[in-house]
Ligand binder design. Structure first.
Ligand code: NAD
Length: 358
């Protein structure tokens, strides 16, 4: 059986979910190739356990297209600045597509010239940054991926949301090609998507993640979502989210300085999100096998260190998600009833058979 129901959680095979989500985006007028890129990106987030950037966001991107705030068939243009440097106009398409294609260009350039760089403007929310890092690591490349995002975080010392929760993301291959080093972290204490869905579900959140709109610490998901998110590490996270706005926003020519439109509820025009990516081939300075051997040596050395209290083992960034991926591929992706309800609404709206009604 591909779909298992227990009391509340529904389990579904990734391949079935991917096909269903792709059909939804095709009904929103995306080409099959583009619908597959978005669907693969969303399902990959769920497979990796990053549920806040998984299929729970399907209706968010559909709504943007149906409200004409994003284009289903963008004419994405690559301007070659240097043979390995591209300036990409996303033509207000879904950010997953623009970023996937931009990373493909960076990888091709890195393989040929050692380094590939892309600056993307006129894009939309690109979801989980690890999707693009994995493209690079599968091709034996190291990569950094930056994006800016709609205002959610205060600069250090301010009491107003201004910069995005923009993730800092770096990936490189290891000697296990399915388990790359992936550091993909929001500049907020917690990804904003987690607050949004805590708000919808009426869940409590730990104190210290956000303030309510009056600036008081809160553990109420809804009040936090309406209020101000807090950066991780005080001025350090705040500084990183500002840096993202400079690199992915000001530098690329995208919106910046608190002017990126919110993907979820602002349909007043293009969001004009910016992204920036750098891709380097792993054997730029030394033979690829040397790099992988040293990565293995480095990871093994860390894993043998004396463990802190409460830790059974030491994992590298990306490893917890790799383990969830193995489990979810085997047992199916777990979806909560509110996500299933939301996806069923879309299947009714577009007259597509829902895999959850089987
Ligand atoms: N597109 C956007 O605008 C946007 C904005 C914010 C966040 N996001 C996405 O939200 C997602 C979630 O972000 P987050 O900050 O909540 O992630 P997180 O806090 O769950 O993980 C952050 C990093 O810590 C690593 N990690 C976790 N546990 C570990 C352990 N035990 N040992 C070693 N490393 C460990 C993870 O591998 C990951 O690289 C990311 O994929 C990010 O790209 C996207």
């Amino acid at each position: 059986m591909s779909i298992k129901k227990n009391k509340k959680i529904v389990k579904i095979k990734a391949t079935i979910l991917q096909k269903f989500i792709s059909q939804i985006f095709q009904k929103c007028n995306l080409s099959k190739a583009h619908a597959d890129i978005v669907s693969n990106g969303l399902v990959n987030a769920d497979l990796r356990g990053v549920w806040s950037h998984g299929v729970v966001r399907t209706s968010v991107y559909c709504n943007r297209i149906l409200n004409k705030a994003a284009k289903p068939k963008p004419n994405i243009k690559f301007k070659t600045i240097q043979k390995n440097i591209f300036h990409v106009n996303g033509d207000n398409g879904i950010g997953f597509i623009t970023s996937n294609l931009a990373m493909q260009k960076c990888i091709q350039a890195a393989k040929k010239f050692g380094v590939g760089i892309a600056g993307v403007y006129n894009s939309n929310h690109f979801g989980m940054a690890a999707n693009y890092l994995e493209q690079a690591t599968k091709n034996n490349c190291l990569a950094w991926v930056f994006t800016n995002a709609s205002k959610a975080l205060p600069p250090h010392g301010a009491m107003a949301a201004h910069f995005g929760t923009s993730p800092f993301a770096f990936g490189c291959p290891t000697n296990n090609k399915d388990n790359p080093f992936i550091l993909d972290m929001a500049s907020s204490s917690v990804a904003r998507g987690k607050l949004k869905f805590a708000a919808q579900r009426g869940d409590k959140i730990p104190f210290g993640l956000a303030l309510d709109k009056f600036g008081k610490p809160t553990d109420d998901g809804a009040k936090a979502f309406e209020g101000i998110m807090l950066p991780f590490g005080g001025m350090k996270g705040a500084g990183i989210s500002w840096m993202m706005d400079i690199v992915a926003g000001i530098f690329t020519g995208a919106n910046h300085s608190g002017e990126v439109k919110n993907a979820i509820n602002d349909f007043s025009g293009p969001a004009n999100v910016g992204h920036f990516m750098i891709c380097l081939k792993a054997d730029l300075f030394q033979n690829k096998n040397n790099f992988l051997k040293k990565m293995k040596y480095g990871i093994n050395k860390v894993k043998k260190l004396k463990r802190a209290k409460g830790f059974d083992e030491i994992l590298h960034p990306g490893e917890p998600e790799y383990r969830k991926m193995l489990k979810n591929k085997k047992e199916g992706i777990s979806l909560t009833p509110d996500i299933v309800k939301d996806l069923n609404k879309l299947s009714d709206q577009f007259k597509i058979k829902s895999p959850f009604s089987a």
